[in-house]
Design a protein. Sequence first.
Length: 556
Amino acid sequence: MPRRGRMSVVAAPPETVAMRTRDGVRLDADVYYPQASGRYPVLLMRQPYGRRIASTVTYAHPAWYAAQGYIVVIQDVRGRGSSEGGFDPLAHEGDDGRDTLDWAAGLPGCDGNIGMYGFSYQGATQLLAAASGHPALKTICPAMCAWDLYDDWAHEGGAPRLALNLGWAAQIAAETARRGAEHERYAALYAAGHAPGEDLLIDACGPRARELLAGSHYADWLDQPRGADYWARRSPGAGFITPPALPALHIGGWFDFFLTGTLAAYHHFSDGDALQRLVIGPWFHLPWSRSVGAERLPESAQPRIDALQLRWFDHHLKGVDNGVDREAPVQLFDLGSGAWHQLQHYPQAQDLRLQLASDGRAALDEEAGRLKAVGLTATPEGAGAAPIDIIVHDPWRPVPTVGGHLPPSLGMQERGEVDERGDVATYTTAPLAQALQLIGPVSCELWAGADTPGFDIAAVLSVIDTRGRVRNLTQGYLRCAAPGAQQISLRQVCVRIAPGERLRLSISAASYPAYAMHPGRHFTPGAVRAADHGVITLRLDPAGSRLNLPRFMPDA
């Protein structure tokens, strides 16, 4: 078919079309056709939030894509929207995805080529469908989605993601209530999903939470232990034993809670021969915009994903030679400079090591804890002779979540006030004499223990500008089972630290309510109740601790 000009192809209103899965369940979809006659590739999105939404919180409307010469299919997954069946997150998306690809390839006007797009759950449905190896699926564009259901979504560092899990379960349960016209239940779930009360958060495993969220996945996520088959059977990455021969455009955000999943998918797919592209912007999960928390970033932070996706689909589905295959495969937004780095490979090195030091008052005086450069071969040693720092965690007034990738506080925030708390230990560098470029993984090794059998560690890396503002860059969380060397992986980062600015590592025993607090004792999953939380005294040995940073040198 001759390539038509963009402005000559106009999208028609959608048609609602149904299909049947292999077990007879009806799935409904809106199908948007170009106005002009002809044969076109299909762009498929499968989602659980009502097909008319169609991820328009992040993407252009399906009518826009149809107007560019595509048949766009937005489908309600099983048990959502007006589709039949019962919804069990991710459990049916592999088989249902393959059945949908079979059906979509036979739609009137389809030229036999299919691409998939969408973010979050809609990204996971792409991975699960792609694992089938369906011949009609020529490319995918998974954005901001999990690779491992346990570690990328429900938990982090072994700790439940409290506010996120509650909020999403309430949203899912509310859709079930809407389908059943349960008005009072829908209203209660709406309240819980948008502003859960402190009583619900502190007793998140209790009878009230379980009853309110009954019919959702919430109880399973509380009770299923790590390593259970439940998680493996629903993990989007579990179906890929070897890298697929499938081109993919991976899209992530530095403050998205699925960044680890985006990177895992990109690295796995990159071990194969098909073209891969990775774009990581400054964004959190939604919306994608220049406003990231309290920061209004430069115009360069404005997302242009629709234009990129269109070029990607034109190349892989229509054979257009538009140069998208010759551009830098890795594009990363710099949180410091506002520039985009164009790279051939994703950096992995951590070659800058900063030793923690303290006079024992790092939780009381922001200047008492220090970060100092050490030799590249230095290793932390526990039980040093230097003073230790003590942090007392009180569950009645836990350290709050301020900024980061998890609700209720997202993006870059001013966290100077929380760093001044007596239950937060801070370690800060001297002002930098020259610029420092960081790109890649961040981690810290902390020699820590507590007066309880178990405890949590929250680690936040921030930059202090020349005006004294403290803005978070990345963070990590770890649920610890025993004293000793604790290995904490922080989120990966891309930032230029300017001369005169300082770096700070903040350590606490909680980040609430982003993460469920540790009760101090070992409980079976889902058994912790509100009054089980006790005071925890955390002991940190700075002499045995260090921060590992990914110093980036373009000529390396």
